[in-house]
Design a protein around this ligand. Structure first.
Ligand SMILES: [Mg+2]
Length: 403
């Protein structure tokens, strides 16, 4: 595969930087954007002057103010932040249609092959950084690499106001000295476990024998090994593709039976998977949505090692989320399943023949249904249920984004 050129653009201390623009008198001072210090507010963003005192985002505001009593606290101007974000994204969109915004102040750009137009990747990164500074007044950092994983880690290393390019072939060497918590897929719990085993850097992780990787990560071993080496084939997913397919059911009577919930999930997984196949998409992320009788709504998501368009996989992942997140016996008013992070293409069967068989079976079922109607062929598990909850019309969430 031809090396790609991926930029990760991340605004520096975004909310705090906008607050400086709104009130130049506080520019350069320690600024905290966050909730009420009297309550349980946390720091949403803080200026680098505040960070010098040990303040960081997600820290309770009260604690941040103990570290830095002179900090200026702002409660946030979210519509202003959104407007600045749109201006920045509009600049980025001038350089490529392959633009993936991943949060209010972060995006990936795939600018492979545009050297003749915009100069070498490093030159382009400085151009973009400059324009964001001059036209929006905002500082940013950029990481440039052959894939998203390394580009994102590079931009974090470049902060603040930096550009860091990791040349093709240097990915593993760049990651090797960094601490394991930098690596995508390594959360706090995993990081703790690895450190206890003496694996403190990404390089040490990459050097582990396969047997140890499997002991530590089970099925995820191969993926983790590749990431530790800085290998990542994920495409930049444009807005157009970042839609989702989802289904949800609102029950006429609240439901607390695991059989009924599982049955609903299976039925909806079939519908979502059929839609994905029809659109020629596969989903990287499965979302489970639950609403309790008091309307508290919970969504939980899991990212798959391989994008899928198979009902079996969607159902299995959603069921696992349900078992983990739902208190057994609790009443639910609504349950839903969504497939997001869509990418073009058919289910890959890299790992096993089973998914290839399922894939073929699913396509055969799609064909029969398109000829003889939706109910012409059904899964045995869907033929009978102990209890059939009535559904409330109209049904929500037909193919609409579920977030
Ligand atoms: Mg940022």
């Amino acid at each position: 595969m031809k090396p790609r050129s991926i930029h990760h653009v991340d605004l520096d201390a975004f909310f705090a930087s906008v607050e400086e623009l709104l009130d130049p008198a506080i520019s350069g001072l320690p600024i905290i954007v966050g909730g009420d210090p009297q309550g349980r507010g946390v720091v949403a963003s803080c200026s680098y002057a505040a960070r010098a005192f040990g303040v960081h985002s997600a820290m309770p505001v009260a604690q941040a103010l103990r570290l830095c009593p002179q900090a200026i606290v702002r409660h946030g101007h979210h519509s202003v932040y959104a407007a600045y974000s749109r201006r920045v994204m509009a600049i980025l969109a001038e350089y490529t249609p392959l633009l993936e915004q991943i949060s209010i102040d972060e995006a990936f750009l795939d600018v492979t092959g545009s050297d003749r137009l915009f100069g070498a990747p490093e030159t382009l990164a400085h151009t973009i950084q400059n324009r964001i500074q001059v036209e929006c007044g905002l500082p940013s950092s950029l990481g440039v690499a052959g894939n998203k994983l390394v580009a994102k880690i590079a931009s974090a290393r470049a902060k603040p106001r930096g550009v860091l390019v990791v040349p093709s072939g240097q990915e593993a060497a760049f990651l090797a000295p960094l601490t394991i918590d930098r690596l995508w897929g390594v959360g706090d719990v995993t990081a703790d476990r690895l450190r206890k085993e003496g694996i403190s850097t990404i390089g040490k992780l990459a050097a582990l024998p396969l047997r140890d990787m499997e002991r530590l990560f089970g099925n995820g071993a191969a993926g983790m090994h590749r990431r530790a080496l800085g290998i990542d084939d994920r495409p930049v997913v444009t807005e157009w593709h970042r839609k989702s397919v989802s289904q949800e059911r609102t029950f006429a009577r609240d439901v607390s039976s695991i059989e009924v919930l599982m049955h609903c999930l299976l039925q909806m997984s079939e519908e979502v998977a059929a839609q994905l196949r029809k659109d020629g998409d596969c989903a990287r992320t499965v979302v489970l949505k639950m609403r309790y009788p008091d309307f508290t709504t919970i969504t939980r998501r899991v990212t798959l090692a391989q994008p899928t368009n198979l009902a079996e996989v969607l159902h299995q992942e959603a069921s696992q989320l349900l078992r983990r997140e739902w208190k057994r016996g609790a009443q639910l008013r609504l349950i839903g399943i969504g497939a997001t992070g869509l990418v073009r293409g058919r289910q890959l069967a890299l790992f096993d023949d089973h998914s290839e068989q399922l894939s073929r079976l699913s396509r055969a079922v799609d064909k029969i249904r398109s000829r003889y109607g939706r109910d012409s062929i059904r899964r045995a598990a869907l033929l009978e249920t102990s209890e059939s909850p009535e559904e409330q019309p109209p049904r929500e969430g037909n193919g609409r984004p579920m977030v």
